[in-house]
Every structure is written in C-alpha cells, then in structure tokens.
Design a protein around this ligand. Structure first.
Ligand code: PLP
Length: 412
C-alpha cells in the first residue's frame, strides 16, 4: 500500500477527486469503466491546442511537422511500453471496441463457410458482437469457452473446441466483470498449434500488467487509453507486422493511400494503411503524458497498492450479511482489482442509487457482459474497481454505504 503521504501526493494530481457529489466527497471506484486523469494529462491537452494543433503527415509546415513528430513519439512510446518489435505494429484506433471491429472486418476475407471462431463466456460485448456478425456474414460458427463457477475458463473444454477449423481465438486478458487474469499464454500457444490467429482484449490489462508482445507472441492485442489515465476516443490495435501486412484495410480515404487514380488505388505502408482520415491527434499526443505518469509512479507499485485494496475490500465486504461476491476470491495473484457483487437480492440499480447519493461511484447493471450475467442468473451486478488513487477509507465508505442501502431498502 502507498504511504499516507504518497497517496495524498498522488490524489493531489487528480483534481476531480476533490469534487463534491450531493455534498459528499467523491469516492470514485468505477475505474474499470474509465480512470480519472492526472494534471499532467489535463495540461498536455491544453498545451496541445495552445501550442501545436495542426494536421499530421500532410503538411510541410512547422506545426504540422511538430504534431506529426509528437504522434510518432507516442507510437514509439507505446511500442516500448508493450515491448512490440516494430512501431509500425502500433495502429491508432478509437479504442478497444474499434480495434476489435477492425480485426473482425479486415480478416473477413480469410474466413470461409464452416470455419470456426472461439471466444469465451466472460467476454465484454465488444469482444462478442463483432465476431457474431462476422460469423453470420461468412457462415462461420462461433464457439464459446465455458467457465467454472469461480469464473475461470474451462481449459479442457477449450482443448476440445479448438481444431484445424478454428481461424481465430479472441479472449480477454482480464475479465472486466470478475477481474480474473486469464491464462492467455497457454491459449495463444495452443491456438497457434492449430494455425489459428489470436486476439487478446487487453482493455483491463493495460493498466494492470507488464506486457511484452514478443514474449506473448499474440497476433493482435487491443486496448484503450482512457482506462490507463489517458484521454477517451483513442486506443491501439497491436498486430504482428507480417499479419497486418496481409489483411485488408478497414476504412478507406485520406492518410491510408499511396496513390489514387480513378482506375486504381494503392495503400500506404503500415501502420498508415489502417489509419484512414485525420486521427485523434490530441488524444494520441496526450496519451504519452499518461504513460509517462504511470511509469513515474511505477506499474509494479501501482499493482501492489491495488492488490492490497482488493484484499481489504474482499475481507470487509465478506462480513456483510447477505452479500454475494462473484468470481475468484482466494488466489489474488490471478485477479486484478475488480470486485463484483449483489446484496440480499436487492436490485443493483437500487443499491447503486443509494451509493451514488453518498458520492460513491460504482458501476451497476449488466457490465457489458450479458452472457456472464445469465451464467450467474442475475439481471446485473454492482462492481467496484480500484485504482492507484483509491484508499482504505474509500473502501470503508463503500462498506458503510452498503450497510445503509440495506437498512433503507430492506425496510420497505
Ligand atoms: C472497457 C472494455 C472494453 C471496451 O473498451 P472501449 O474503450 O469502450 O472501446 C472491451 N473489453 C474490456 C475487457 C473492457 O474492459
């Protein structure tokens, strides 16, 4: 856990944490949905528009070159952050969702009728629907890796599902509902034995784990900036160079072309072939500050702090009579700092509204994972997810809030 002094120093970097919600101090524990932004990031956004706004890659003029250099610097920074081999393997997108859509669309020419695509039971909707649509379009079959009651993937079943017919396997690195860290290295290697491509949804992992694309050897890895203290509307598709080279572009227009005539168009080299139109230049430039911020505090230190918070939260919430906690709770080395639960069969929205009145921001509902809700036979859950700036006192606020919700809602 960060010392009292250190945590205050970190919290001072996040102006929003001083906001009052219905006259209560904000307790922001919805970090799996999006994280708050530090001053360094907020200032970088202002600096970008104050000092370097211009379009990239086209202009020869000073500002355009400056903006282009900054964009390419972020690309290199992300390459190093995830240990990709080449910076041209980093494609900027709107975020995780768009990255998955890009891959599902661009590999479509490789999918034939009767081919199979494998995902898991615990995926976010954005890692379900694009594959469903692709299967429908191509007459391919979507197969689902089942899970145990504790949320772990049934790897034996995965071994039965995978075959020479499997063209792509797409699973999350960390479940956004249960926080479970999936054994993706095993899944990647097994899939490659059958010649299948692998996409890993890293939306939750990017702020939690040290990533090394070359060790993982995944074909695609996707994530968003806004879940790692960066801006919304910007994310990355990492793809192995040799695969990005053979798959089709996703969108067409400016930036992504080499030569255009009315007879024929040739495409740009990587990564620009996948970056049609003016990108979110500000988002890209500002993202770099978020990565610098994380590196300054240290991913390992952040990990350690969040793990302690999770451990405390589990201990504390467990003592509440009638609480139902979902997913793995014992081996915290296999879990990120996400905890989902329900209270005494109360509707999660009712509990969430009372917490909100107390200034406690949690996520409630199906958490973008309706199949997983069906698995647990609930309409929704309450999710608390912690970040580097959260404290023990804030978990106590959640705890007290839940007791209060019980007192109010069970009386009626
Ligand atoms: C947040 C999230 C997504 C979607 O990310 P966007 O930034 O909304 O595109 C996908 N998968 C997981 C596991 C997530 O947590």
């Amino acid at each position: 856990m960060f010392s009292e002094e250190k945590i205050q120093k970190i919290r001072n970097q996040f102006p929003i944490l001083k906001e009052k919600i219905y006259s209560n101090t904000l307790v922001y524990i919805d970090n799996a949905a999006t994280t708050q932004k530090p001053l360094q990031v907020i200032r970088a956004s202002q600096d970008y528009y104050s000092m370097m706004n211009a379009n990239v890659h086209r202009g020869l003029h000073y500002l355009s070159q400056k903006a282009t250099i900054q964009v390419e610097n972020t690309r290199k920074k992300i390459q190093r952050f995830i240990h990709a081999k080449y910076s041209s393997e980093i494609v900027f997108t709107k975020g995780t969702t768009e990255s998955i859509n890009l891959v599902a669309s661009s590999i479509s020419s490789l999918i034939k009728e009767g081919d199979e695509i494998i995902i898991s039971f615990s995926e976010h909707h954005s890692n379900i629907v694009p594959w469903q649509i692709l299967c429908k379009k191509k007459g391919a079959i979507l197969k689902i890796i089942p899970i145990y009651d504790n949320g772990f993937l049934k790897l034996r079943d995965f071994e039965f599902l995978i075959s020479k017919k499997t063209k792509i396997v797409s699973v999350s690195h960390i479940s956004n509902v249960l926080g479970i860290i999936n054994p993706i290295k095993y899944i990647i290697d097994k899939s490659h034995e059958y010649g299948a491509l692998v996409l890993i949804d890293g939306a939750q992992a990017i702020s939690n784990l040290h990533l090394n694309m070359q060790d993982l050897n995944t074909d695609f890895y996707v994530f968003s900036a806004h879940k790692m203290y960066g801006p919304t509307g910007i994310g990355v598709l990492y793809g192995k160079k040799e695969i990005l080279e053979i798959i089709s572009p996703y969108q067409f227009g400016g930036e992504m072309i080499k030569n255009v005539s009315f007879e024929k168009t040739t495409y740009s080299d990587l990564p620009f072939k996948f970056e049609a139109g003016t990108p979110n230049i500000e988002g890209i430039v500002v993202w770099k500050s978020a990565i610098d911020f994380v590196k300054k505090i240290g991913l390992s230190n952040i990990q350690y702090h969040k793990k302690e918070l999770l451990s405390y939260a589990i201990q504390r919430l467990r003592t509440i009579d009638g609480i139902q906690l979902y997913g793995e709770l014992k081996d915290l080395s296999k879990k990120s700092s996400i905890i989902s639960f329900n209270l005494n069969k109360l509707h999660c929205f009712d509990v969430g509204s009372i917490l909100d009145r107390l200034g406690v921001s949690v996520r409630t509902g199906h958490l973008c994972a309706q199949p997983l809700m069906n698995f647990f036979q609930v309409p929704g859950m309450i999710r608390a997810s912690f970040s580097m700036y959260n404290t023990i006192q804030e978990i106590d606020c959640l705890f007290e809030g839940l007791l209060k919700a019980k007192r109010i809602l069970l009386k009626n």
